[in-house]
Structures are given as structure tokens and as C-alpha cells.
Design a protein around this ligand. Structure first.
Ligand SMILES: C[S@@+](CC[C@H](N)C(=O)[O-])C[C@H]1O[C@@H](n2cnc3c(N)ncnc32)[C@H](O)[C@@H]1O
Length: 514
């Protein structure tokens, strides 16, 4: 058992009666929102191909892609310049370029030059970085041993038929990194497989995905669909924080996946990517957790939807056995909606995406089966908001935000500082502010500036818990709060008058989300 004074220790873990390798445990009582581990920079982080074009490869500032002013933690006018050597990585400043150069880029830049116009997957680039840095003495023995002890799941990759692809990628990785003299092909294939099965998603402070990261310490965190901690990022700084109060010696869990998905989706994603059957406290509830709750009993489906479900079952016969049951019908309708949801993820045109989302949402509501918090309905609504903002339908996006605020957020993210709850509420606040500045009359009697102020006031408290008061995100919220407060105080004359006016908007906000 390795002990330390950071709030955690690592030891063997048993989850739902099955061995789960090593895991993190708390070495004292922890309070909700408390930081547990802070890593200044993970061992390796690698950007998606698309993000290489607009994101600093050192501090991971994403310069583009803002959803209506909610990314105020990004300095205005910031741009990235391409490395003149490799023509692949971009940096937001000379200082960032220098830091990356000294961290190891100087040993790979010239090798990447001949393949400048070739797209290389993030895992290949990440694996190259690790091999090059170790070859040149830039990863110490202790970190290297931790990394080497991570499970590569090679046998699982062999069993699922993906090992051939791994060998191919590993060959390219060896060649492009010019490390064949130091590591043999088997070793590189194992390292590549370790990256695939142990990496986490690199995200912005507002949870937009940027790429992957590997950290040999954080990789020891096991998964639960009912996690008691979460990871938040602030550029390269990666922090593990408590989602709830945690007792000494409890295991610390993060969620590797979206834990709001129904049981079968969660299980199959965990099995496919991490090769285990989840027996966490939520999975042990089977179909009786809120993620698998339907609005009506499947045996009360209308004839129309029963017929549609039977057609789906017939079309996908291999997935079902015996005569259709009511539960199978509900599962078939769910599979159909997930299919539409997956179509939306591949759709680059926002107007087309909106059309598909509206079909899927109408299917959920007209079948009467879906509760507002049952997936993929909330995920479809999130995508609807993003795509409506992309086409400039700010009012439409507002009403979807109001519905999410009223029906979904409290249910899926009950903790006041749940980072997704904080970020979604912040997006909504910034949208309200935009509508106020545009003078849009959203609803009779609605004062969008006051609604924005009310939401910003809440987030000003909760973002300090979710992200930490020193984070760029919480600081940008604090700054916005001060601006809004002084503006409104000027208008209302006193805090009491301002708060009374805000209170009158609370009911209206709820009504807008009906
Ligand atoms: C990132 S590693 C976590 C650390 C791992 N336990 C170890 O000892 O290296 C991911 C692997 O841990 C195991 N694991 C994580 N969460 C689990 C869970 N809830 N139940 C069973 N195994 C789990 C699986 O083998 C998974 O592929």
C-alpha cells in the first residue's frame, strides 16, 4: 500500500466482489468540492487533429469554437502560430513554444517534418512523445515504472480483433519517432495499447473535448457510474476533486463514461473500451436506477409505437430473441433514438443536425415513453442548444436552456457544484446576457439582464467549489459577477431593491422552461 499526505493512497481494489486491480482511496475524511490531487501537467497530452489547428499544444488554450461568450477564461484576440519545423503543433506564445521544445519537442520536430501533411492519430502522436522523451532521458525511472505497470490489455485487444490495427500503428510510431534503436516493436505495441486503454479525455475548463492525456498516477483511478470525485482541467493543470463528502478509506472513483446513460449503454461502452463488467453501486441496481426509468409502463405504448417497435425488432432480429416483449419494444425504440443521436454526432452542418435532433425529440415525446432526464433526450437537447447557437437562433437556444434548467440539470447533476451543472448554468447565464444586450423580448415581463445576474450570482459561488477559486474559470465568473453587480446596483440604487427585482424573475424563468 503506498501512503502519502495528499488525501489519498493506492491499494488493491475490489468492486462489487470482483478484483479491479489497483485503486485510489482517501486517507482522511474529504468534503464536497475539496481538491484531492493536483497535477501541474500530465505526463502526456495529445490533441485531436482538428484541435491541432486552433489550440496551443503547450497550454491547451482553445482559441476558437466558443459557444456564445461563455469561454471568458480565454483571453480576447489570442491566436496560435505553427511550429516552422514540424508544421504540426501550434503555440499561443514564444514562452509556450519554448516550454514544449524543452519538454521534448526538440527531439521529435525534425522527425515529424517529412510527414507534415499526413494526419497522425492523437494516440500515435502521444505515444511518439512518450518514447522520444524516455529515449532522451526526459521521463525519470519512477514515472517510467508506473507507466510500464499499467495494464496494456493486449490479450483483450487480441480477443476483440483490434490487435492488428495496434501493431500497424505501433510500427508507424516507431518509425516516425526514430526510436527503433531503443524500443522493439512488441514494446511499442504494448505502450500504444496502454495509451488506448488508460488515457482520459483532455478537456477545456468548460468540458469541450480537446484530445487525450495519460498520467501514470491518475491512471490508477477506477471507474464508477456513481462517482464520488471528478476531474477538472485548467490548461495543463489537472485536478481531482470531491463530488461529495467522502469518508476516510473509501475508494475514490471517477466516471470514465457519461454515467447518465442507461445500464446497457454504460456496460457495453465500458466492456468495449476498458474490458470490464461494471459492478458499481449504480449498475447493481440493474434497471431500477433513474437512468432506466420510463415515463409510462412499456405495456401501455400506443398501437402506433408498438407497431414501430415491432418493425425495429424485425429489422434487427439478431439483437432480440423470442416473440417481442414490451420491454424489448421499449429497448427497440430506445435503440432507434440512439441511432438518430449518433447520426447527429457525425453531422457537420448545424441546420441538418437540428432537423435530425427535432425528429428524434419528437419521437421521444410523442411515444410518451421518455422522461426529460432519460437519455438520449438530454444529450439531444444539449446538441440542439449548440447547433441553434451555431445558426444564430439565440431565442430558440434560450428556451431549450430554460427547459434543461427546469427539468434536467437538478435530476442528472444533483450536487450544486457538479462541474457539468455549473458549466451548463454558466452557458445559460451568458446567453441571457446576450439576449439582454440585444434587447430581445423573450417573454412578457422577462428581464434577461436580471435573469443573467441571478444565474451568475449562483455560479459565482458554485464555480469556486467545482473548479477551485484560483482556476481561470472561477476567476472569469468572479470578474463577470463584479461587473454585473455594479451595473445593477447603479440601476436599482441598493442591494435590497436589486434582489427583490431578481426574485420576481425566478418564477418567470421556471415558466419559460415548461
Ligand atoms: C485506468 S485503469 C484503472 C487502474 C487499474 N485498476 C490498475 O490497477 O491499473 C482501468 C482499468 O481498471 C479496471 N477497472 C476500473 N474500474 C473498474 C470497475 N468499476 N470494475 C472492474 N474493473 C475496473 C479495468 O481493468 C480497467 O480497464
Amino acid at each position: 500500500m503506498s501512503q502519502n499526505d495528499h488525501g489519498y493512497y493506492i491499494k488493491d481494489s475490489i468492486i462489487g466482489g470482483q478484483a479491479a486491480g489497483k485503486g485510489f482511496f482517501s486517507n482522511r475524511d474529504l468534503t464536497s468540492g475539496e481538491p484531492i490531487v493536483t497535477i501541474q501537467r500530465p505526463l502526456m497530452a495529445s490533441l485531436e487533429s482538428e484541435r491541432l489547428k486552433d489550440t496551443c499544444a503547450n497550454c491547451y488554450i482553445w482559441t476558437e469554437g466558443s459557444s456564445i461568450g461563455s469561454r471568458l477564461y480565454v483571453k480576447k484576440g489570442i491566436t496560435v502560430q505553427m511550429c516552422a519545423g514540424c508544421k504540426r503543433f501550434r503555440y499561443c506564445s514564444k514562452a509556450c513554444q519554448k516550454e514544449a521544445w524543452n519538454r521534448g519537442h526538440k527531439h521529435e520536430c525534425k522527425n515529424l517534418k517529412p510527414v507534415a501533411d499526413r494526419e497522425l492519430p492523437k494516440a500515435v502522436l502521444g505515444c511518439m512523445e512518450i518514447l522520444v522523451r524516455r529515449k532522451h532521458g526526459l521521463i525519470d525511472d519512477q514515472m517510467w515504472q508506473l507507466l510500464r505497470h499499467l495494464d496494456s490489455h493486449i490479450d483483450d485487444f487480441k480477443a476483440n480483433g483490434n490487435f492488428g490495427g495496434i501493431e500497424l500503428m505501433a510500427r508507424g510510431t516507431s518509425q516516425f519517432s526514430a526510436t527503433q534503436d531503443t524500443f522493439n516493436e512488441d514494446f511499442v505495441a504494448q505502450m500504444y495499447a496502454r495509451i488506448l486503454s488508460n488515457s482520459m479525455t483532455l478537456v477545456t475548463p468548460s468540458f469541450e473535448p480537446l484530445g487525450i492525456l495519460i498520467d501514470a498516477l491518475l491512471c490508477h483511478l477506477n471507474h464508477s457510474c456513481n462517482p464520488n470525485t471528478y476531474i477538472v482541467m485548467d490548461g495543463p493543470q489537472t485536478q481531482l476533486r470531491a463530488l461529495r463528502d467522502i469518508k476516510k478509506d473509501e475508494e475514490l472513483f471517477i466516471s470514465y463514461i457519461d454515467p447518465t446513460m442507461p445500464l446497457t449503454r454504460r456496460q457495453s461502452e465500458l466492456q468495449q473500451r476498458w474490458f470490464f463488467e461494471c459492478k458499481c453501486s449504480k449498475c447493481q441496481l440493474g434497471l431500477s436506477s433513474q437512468e432506466d426509468e420510463w415515463a409510462i409502463k412499456p405495456d401501455t405504448l400506443t398501437t402506433h409505437y408498438r407497431k414501430l417497435a415491432d418493425e425495429e425488432i424485425k429489422r434487427n432480429q439478431d439483437d432480440y430473441t423470442g416473440a417481442p416483449t414490451d420491454e424489448q419494444r421499449a429497448a427497440a425504440l430506445q435503440a432507434k433514438v440512439f441511432h438518430l443521436y449518433e447520426e447527429v454526432q457525425q453531422q457537420p452542418d448545424p441546420a441538418e443536425a437540428i432537423r435530425t435532433i427535432e425528429v428524434a425529440i419528437a419521437f421521444c415525446t410523442k411515444s410518451n415513453l421518455w422522461l426529460a432526464h432519460r437519455q438520449p433526450l438530454p444529450a439531444l437537447r444539449d446538441d440542439l442548444i449548440v447547433n441553434m447557437l451555431a445558426v444564430g437562433n439565440y431565442e430558440g437556444a434560450w428556451f431549450e436552456c430554460a427547459k434543461r434548467h427546469r427539468h434536467v440539470i437538478l435530476k442528472l447533476y444533483p450536487e450544486i457544484h457538479h462541474p457539468i451543472r455549473v458549466v451548463q448554468t454558466w452557458q445559460m447565464a451568458m446567453l441571457a446576457q446576450y439576449l439582454a444586450s440585444a434587447g430581445t423580448e423573450v417573454a412578457l415581463g422577462a428581464d434577461m439582464a436580471l435573469i443573467a445576474a441571478m444565474l451568475i450570482n449562483t455560479i459565482n459561488v458554485t464555480s469556486k467549489m467545482s473548479h477551485g477559486s484560483e482556476s481561470a474559470f472561477a476567476k472569469s465568473v468572479q470578474q463577470k459577477f463584479s461587473e454585473v453587480e455594479s451595473e445593477l446596483l447603479g440601476k436599482f440604487g441598493s442591494k435590497d431593491a436589486m434582489n427583490a427585482a431578481i426574485q420576481r424573475q425566478v418564477k418567470l424563468l421556471s415558466e419559460m422552461g415548461k
